[in-house]
Ligand binder design. Structure first.
Ligand code: TNX
Length: 536
C-alpha cells in the first residue's frame, strides 16, 4: 500500500492569539505620504518602471472607458467602478469607446506589450490618465487588481473617505509564471454557504488566483444536489464535523457560484472524492455498500475508513451519473475525482475503480484532475495530478508524470492553509508541520520535487481543509497572510521573489485587509503597516 496514511491531530480551538501576534509594527502613514510605489504590489510584477515625479490624481468626474464591442471588458470596468465608488464617493460612469482615451481610466484590449500573453496586462500611469491594456478581459481584470493596490488603502473602505486618490506614475508590464493559480475550500467537513464562498472568491481574486477547487464530498458531508441520487444532498449533506446541521448547494446556487467566480476570472473545479472519503454517499444509499447496509452518518475527523464498492455494477452507474450532472453544471475544463487516502480499498481495486471511472470524465467533456495517488491508475488525456505530499519525491506522482500527467503543487508542509502557523495559533491541524508565513513563501514550485521536470508543473494550489474551521473569520485567519504568499509563487517570476522584500510588501497589505474587514493573522514575521485613520 503506497498511499500514505497519516494521522489527523485535532487540537482544540482556543480563542486567544499570542500577544506577539497582535503587535502593530511600523509607523502610521502620514496624510501627505507619497503614493503607493509600483514595486509594492502583491504578487510582485514582472517589471515596474516608475516615472519620477509623475502622479495621477483621480478626479471626481473621471470615467472608466472600455472598448466598444467587448461586454466582458465592460464588465471588468463595472467591477472596477463598483470597487471604487463607495470609498471615493465618485460616480465613475462606465462608458465604451473605440478611440484612445486621454483622461480618466481606460481599459483597452489593444496595444499591450505582446509579452503579456493571455492573462497579463500593461498598466501605464501618467499625470493625465491611467491605462490598462491587455489581450483578454482576464488580463484587464488582473491589471485592475494591480491598479486597486496602487491606490491608498482607504480605497477598500465601504464608506466615503477623504482621498486624494493618487497613483504613482510609471509602467508595469506583468504576466503569470503559471496558468494554474488555485485555492481550495473544503465545504464538506464544515459546510460554508454561498455568501462565504463568494466572499472568499472576492478575497482570492485580489491576488490573481484564477481557480477555486471546491471539495464537495467527503465522509462528513455531500454538498451538491444530484437529481438522479437525491438523498446524497438531503441525507448525506445533513451534518458535518462536530454534528452541526451541514448543508448543500442546490444546482441554482452552484451555478450562481460558478457565475460569480467567472466574473472574477476564476474557474471552479468541483471535486467528488472517490473511492475513499465516501461515507456520506454510503450512508445515503444502502445499495452502494458491498454489504447492502448503510453506515451511520459520520461527524468525526478520521480518514481512510470508507470505500465505494468496487465490485458492484451500481457503483459505476452512480459515479457516471454524478459526474455527468456535475459536468453539465461546470463550464471549467476539470472534474476532480479525488483518489487520496483510499486506505480501505485494495491497490488492485483502486486501479480497477479509477481505470473504469476516469473515462466517465472524458465522456462528459472534461479533463481528469485527482490527488497524486491517481498515478497508480492509467493515464487519461490531459490528466492533472495534484501533489499533496511532504517529501521531495513520490513514486505515485512520478508514475503519473511519466505517463504524461501535469502537476499542480500543493505540498502539505508548505501550501496547506489548514496547518497551524505556530503551536500557539488557535485553529488548524499540524500533521504536515507548522507553516509560518516565511515557510509558505520560501520554496520554488519548479524545483521542490527532485524527479519531476519543471516543464510538468502547471501551477500551485493552496488547499483549505475545514476540520477545525467553522466560519468565514476562521477561513480568513488561515488564508491571510499565507494565501497572498502562495499567490506570489504562482504568479511572479522566481527571480523577482525574495522574502525580505516580500514581507515588507505583505505588511503594506495589512491596512487593506483591515479596511476590508478581513480577520488576518498578524504574523510576527511581517512588519505590518499601521492602518491610517482616514484617507491614506
Ligand atoms: C489530508 S490532502 C487529506 C484531507 C484532510 C487533510 C487535513 C488530502 C488529499 N487528504 O482528507 O482534510 O489532510 O489536513
Amino acid at each position: 500500500m503506497h498511499r500514505r496514511a497519516r494521522q489527523v491531530l485535532l487540537v482544540s480551538a482556543v480563542a486567544v492569539v499570542t500577544a506577539a501576534g497582535f503587535a502593530w509594527i511600523g509607523a502610521a502613514t502620514p496624510a501627505d505620504a507619497a503614493p503607493v510605489s509600483l514595486q509594492s504590489v502583491v504578487p510582485v510584477p514582472v517589471s515596474a518602471q516608475p516615472a519620477a515625479g509623475v502622479t495621477y490624481t483621480l478626479p471626481a468626474a473621471a470615467t472608466i472607458q472600455t472598448p466598444t464591442g467587448s461586454p466582458a471588458a465592460t464588465a471588468v470596468g463595472s467591477y472596477l467602478a463598483d470597487l471604487l465608488r463607495p470609498s471615493t464617493g465618485y460616480a465613475l460612469p462606465v462608458t465604451t469607446t473605440s478611440g484612445t482615451p486621454t483622461s480618466g481610466i481606460a481599459l483597452l484590449l489593444s496595444g499591450a506589450d505582446p509579452s503579456v500573453g493571455s492573462e497579463g496586462y500593461q498598466l501605464d500611469v501618467t499625470a493625465a490618465l491611467v491605462t490598462v491594456r491587455a489581450q483578454t478581459p482576464a488580463g484587464l481584470f488582473h491589471g485592475v487588481q494591480t491598479l486597486r493596490q496602487l491606490l491608498p488603502a482607504a480605497v477598500e473602505a465601504r464608506t466615503v473617505q477623504p482621498g486624494p486618490w493618487e497613483l504613482a506614475g510609471g509602467r508595469i508590464v506583468d504576466y503569470p509564471r503559471y496558468g494554474y493559480r488555485g485555492a481550495m475550500l473544503d465545504v464538506s467537513r464544515h459546510f460554508f454557504g454561498v455568501d462565504v464562498v463568494k466572499r472568499y472568491l472576492d478575497e482570492i481574486s485580489q491576488y490573481k488566483i484564477n481557480t477555486l477547487h471546491l471539495h464537495l464530498s467527503d465522509d462528513q458531508g455531500w454538498r451538491i444536489v444530484v437529481d438522479a441520487w437525491p438523498r446524497l444532498a438531503t441525507v448525506g449533506g445533513s451534518t458535518q464535523v462536530g454534528g452541526g446541521a451541514g448543508g448543500y448547494y442546490t444546482k441554482a446556487q452552484y451555478t450562481d457560484l460558478v457565475a460569480y467566480a467567472a466574473a472574477r476570472h476564476i474557474t471552479i473545479v468541483p471535486e467528488i472524492d472517490m473511492p475513499g472519503h465516501t461515507n456520506a454517499a454510503l450512508a445515503s444509499y444502502a445499495e452502494l455498500n458491498c454489504n447492502n447496509t448503510a453506515p451511520p452518518l459520520y461527524t468525526g475527523t478520521s480518514v481512510g475508513f470508507s470505500s465505494l464498492c468496487v465490485g458492484k455494477e451500481i457503483t459505476y452507474t452512480f459515479v457516471q451519473q454524478v459526474l455527468a450532472e456535475l459536468a453539465a453544471l461546470t463550464p471549467g475544463p476539470y472534474l476532480h475525482i479525488g483518489g487520496d487516502e483510499a486506505n480501505s480499498t485494495s491497490d488492485a481495486d483502486y486501479r480497477t475503480f479509477m481505470n473504469r471511472i476516469q473515462p466517465f470524465v472524458g465522456n462528459a467533456g472534461k479533463t481528469v484532475m485527482g490527488w497524486h495517488q491517481l498515478g497508480q491508475a492509467d493515464h487519461t488525456p490531459g490528466r492533472i495530478a495534484q501533489y499533496w505530499g511532504t517529501t521531495t519525491s513520490d513514486a505515485d506522482l512520478s508514475a503519473a508524470v511519466s505517463k504524461g500527467a501535469k502537476v499542480v503543487m500543493s505540498p502539505a508542509n508548505k501550501a496547506y492553509l489548514d496547518m497551524k502557523y505556530t503551536n500557539q495559533t488557535p485553529l488548524g491541524l499540524s500533521w504536515a508541520g507548522l507553516i509560518e508565513v516565511q515557510t509558505a513563501y520560501n520554496w520554488d514550485p519548479a524545483t521542490l520535487l527532485t524527479n519531476v521536470p519543471a516543464s510538468a508543473i502547471l501551477g500551485v494550489e493552496a488547499p483549505m481543509w475545514s476540520e477545525t474551521l467553522t466560519k468565514l473569520a476562521d477561513i480568513e485567519f488561515m488564508a491571510f497572510p499565507r494565501l497572498p504568499a502562495l499567490a506570489e509563487l504562482a504568479w511572479s517570476p522566481q527571480s523577482a521573489r525574495n522574502w525580505d522584500a516580500f514581507k515588507t510588501r505583505l505588511g503594506a497589505q495589512g491596512p487593506r485587509w483591515t479596511a476590508q474587514g478581513i480577520n488576518f493573522y498578524r504574523s510576527p514575521q511581517v512588519p505590518w503597516a499601521t492602518p491610517p485613520a482616514t484617507g491614506r
